[in-house]
Design a protein around this ligand. Structure first.
Ligand code: ADP
Ligand code: MG
Length: 691
């Protein structure tokens, strides 16, 4: 047989027929490399087998191994069972599996078997009933001389962990030859790591637990490193392009500040200073502006935009939805009233002629600021001199998408705003290509928001207190979850509630319904009515946009709060308490799971978005939040970004150092890393020319 290579098809492995090969392929295992990198996710300890003759019949758990002496099928009353008798040099024992008929094809006379479970005596015969068992393929396996770690592989319906293990065994002795080394001995020694081939081997067949932990650490590091190399390359490419330096001056600063009806907070000033320093350079800024809802990010972004305009350039501000874009637009228009700054809103609902005019204005440099949705740039809008892009990201964008926006031939400065506090791990991954500014304090004069959690039975009382608020001239949101993920059914909950409330408890008040199925114009009309105070309570499905800013809204009632995620609840809560009045957020919920209870308690206990985010990450685990893939990052199979945070940091430092030294990964000793990065990012990034 020809020598196996990493690219060899699994069907060429000795003993793997077409049927097994097909099953392996279903698990994504097509090549020898896939197989070697298909790691067990845990190990079970197989206890050392004891001589059968030493069984007493009272053991709560015992393990024995031996050869099958006979098999038969029988019934106990009406329950069929499959029985085998196994023996070693010291004695024999019966094994019964109720409902074990399927074993007739697997266990025959002479099969080598290890079983483990409770032992008892029935009619003077020692027996195991429904024990765990394992068919041993090599008879040498029967001398279980010591406790052994049994790998548990991610398996499929057709293919057990055990079967995968038996295939892996056939290639495992080739790892040293097959698996490429990434680093020299010195690099590994400095980090206390084993070689990659050794780690791959030990991932499948460690000598003991610590050996496995060491191997796992190396493999997790490798995953983090490749991810971070991609991020470092993106960054390197971003800053390798020239940008317009936008120098500030005292006069410009004064004129910009005069536009705001309030002094900037200290936290805003700090963010402004960081941004101003960035955009004064001739390399593009890449900065994340993070701040809790209502902390005043928009004002900071507008500062940067006005600085760009003062220097004769254009700025674009993008929001995730048309409603938010419209709101940004209106707010910016207010701030800029009476100025010469030319500002336009570009959204899908505009008439072609109007749109055309705006596009021409942008191309001719007659518009200074354009506000729109994320489609603004990806649609290939032409600017005469775009120098700043602000993206209100709200978590809906990914690293690779950010890169593609900027790959269009110009290199504007780039500011991402997010209201979602970024846990440390996300700062190094999903937002890992950005510098970070944090606005960590709210503007003064805000009311306090109190959060409480009540059951559905208390709804009448809730409505009474809402009425008092409305009578006092304040406004309320009622939020309902999607009843069903299907869009047709989406409106039911909010719509039913609207009918009930408008026809009953709140019939004397002005209500409006808003949900995702409405036309944008109708949505906007409802929003405008609410903002102007004509509407007292907004009954909304969860589509109510996270960035809505209505300072006189002071009551937020979230029904079925247990169905929302923590981050989402925090975002929703941030819609109230934006004015000087104290606000209240009422979570109406009947949580049944521990997780749901914990989520709600976190909100009642703290208003601090950062704490909420950390807690969210802890409750949900990184997998769900990351969905690294959806952010365009390679999937992590072994590394756990919370558990392995220190390793992630190490990998990031190493990756950035490598890319600083060799930005194209062209050095001979980086060729393997280069291949791995290209493979992991699979064309999502055009990072390396010729790759
Ligand atoms: P964010 O975008 O972070 O949610 P905004 O920029 O929309 O926050 O600001 C929220 C509200 O706070 C707005 O109504 C804004 O006018 C007000 N605001 C912003 N900065 C200040 C400040 N320094 N002092 C007082 N009010 C402010
Ligand atoms: Mg905002």
């Amino acid at each position: 047989m020809a020598l196996l290579e990493l690219t060899t098809d699994v069907s060429s492995i000795k003993g793997v027929g077409p049927a097994w090969a097909r099953k392996l392929t279903e698990l994504g295992i097509k090549t020898v490399e896939d197989l070697l990198l298909h790691f067990p996710f845990r190990f079970d300890l197989r206890k050392q087998a004891q001589p059968i003759g030493s069984l007493l019949g009272t053991e709560a758990s015992a393990t024995v191994a031996g050869q099958v002496l006979s098999v038969k099928e029988n019934r106990f009353g009406r329950r069929p069972f499959f029985q085998a008798e196994i023996g070693d040099e010291t004695g024999s024992v019966l094994i019964k599996w109720f409902g074990g008929g399927y074993l007739r094809d697997k266990i025959n006379r002479d099969t080598q078997l290890a079983v483990s479970g409770k032992v008892n005596v029935y009619r003077k015969q020692l027996q195991f009933v429904n024990p765990q068992f394992q068919i041993l393929y090599a008879s040498s396996e029967t001398d279980l001389q010591r406790d052994e770690l049994m790998p548990v592989y991610p398996a499929g319906r057709q293919l057990s962990s055990r079967m995968i293990g038996s295939v892996v065994k056939r290639v495992l002795d080739q790892t040293e030859r097959l698996i490429p080394r990434w680093f020299d001995a010195e690099y590994l020694e400095q980090r206390g790591m084993m070689s990659r081939p050794a780690a791959v081997g030990a991932m499948h067949k460690p000598e003991e637990r610590d050996h496995w932990a060491q191997a796992r650490r190396r493999i997790a590091y490798d995953e983090c490193l490749i991810m971070q190399l991609g991020i470092a390359l993106m960054r390197m490419r971003q800053i390798s392009r020239p940008a317009h330096p936008l120098a500030n001056s005292e006069l410009i600063d004064q004129r910009i500040r005069a536009r705001f009806p309030f002094p900037l907070t200290e936290a805003q000033d700090r963010a402004v200073a960081e941004i101003v320093a960035d955009i004064a350079r001739d390399r593009p800024m890449n900065r994340l502006l993070q701040g809790d809802v209502g902390s005043g990010k928009t004002v900071v972004a507008l500062y940067a935009a006005l600085l760009a305009i003062a220097r004769g350039k254009q700025a674009a501000i993008m929001a995730p939805t048309e409603i938010l874009a419209t709101q940004h637009y209106n707010k910016i228009c207010d701030y800029l009233e009476g100025s010469r700054v030319r500002i336009a809103l570009l959204v899908g609902r505009q008439k072609p002629a109007e749109r055309q005019e705006i596009l021409e204005g942008l191309a001719a440099g007659e518009i200074d600021i354009v506000v729109g949705t994320h489609a603004l740039i990806s649609d290939g809008v032409k600017f005469s001199d775009l120098a700043l892009v602000v993206v209100d990201e709200q978590h809906r964008f990914g690293v690779t998408q950010r890169t593609s926006i900027r790959g269009k031939g110009f290199a504007p400065h780039y500011l991402v705003m997010t209201a979602t506090p970024i846990p440390r791990t996300l700062g190094l991954t999903v937002f890992g290509d950005l510098d970070v500014s944090v606005i960590d304090a709210l503007p003064p004069g805000r009311g306090e928001t109190e959060t409480m959690c009540v059951s559905h039975e208390q709804m009448p009382k809730v409505l009474e207190s809402v009425k008092k608020e409305l009578d006092a001239g304040r406004q309320a949101y009622f939020i309902y979850p999607l009843v069903n993920p299907s869009p047709e059914l989406e409106l039911t909950a909010a719509e039913d509630a609207y009918r009930d409330l408008a026809g009953g408890p709140l019939k004397d008040y002005k209500l409006a319904l808003i949900h995702g199925q409405m036309k944008p114009t109708d949505k906007n009309a409802a929003m405008a009515g609410f903002r102007q105070g004509e509407i007292q309570a907004l009954i909304a499905s969860v589509v109510v946009e996270v960035g809505l800013d209505v300072p006189s809204a002071s009551v937020m009632v979230i029904t079925h709060a247990e169905r929302f995620g923590l981050a989402q609840l925090h975002q929703l809560r941030g819609r109230v308490g934006r004015g000087s009045d104290d606000a209240v957020c009422i979570l109406v919920a009947s949580p049944t799971t521990e997780d749901a209870k914990r989520r709600l308690k976190v909100l009642v206990d703290t208003n601090d978005g950062f704490q909420v985010a950390e807690e969210d990450l802890r409750i949900r685990g990184p997998g769900e939040i990351f969905g690294t893939r959806q952010h365009g990052l390679p999937e992590l199979k072994v590394a756990d970004l919370i558990e392995d945070f220190e390793l992630l940091r190490l990998a990031r430092r190493d990756a950035f150092a490598i890319v600083r030294e060799d930005p194209g990964l062209n050095a001979p000793h980086h060729q393997q890393l280069r291949r791995e990065v290209v493979k992991a990012y699979a064309g999502k990034l055009n990072l390396l020319s010729g790759a």
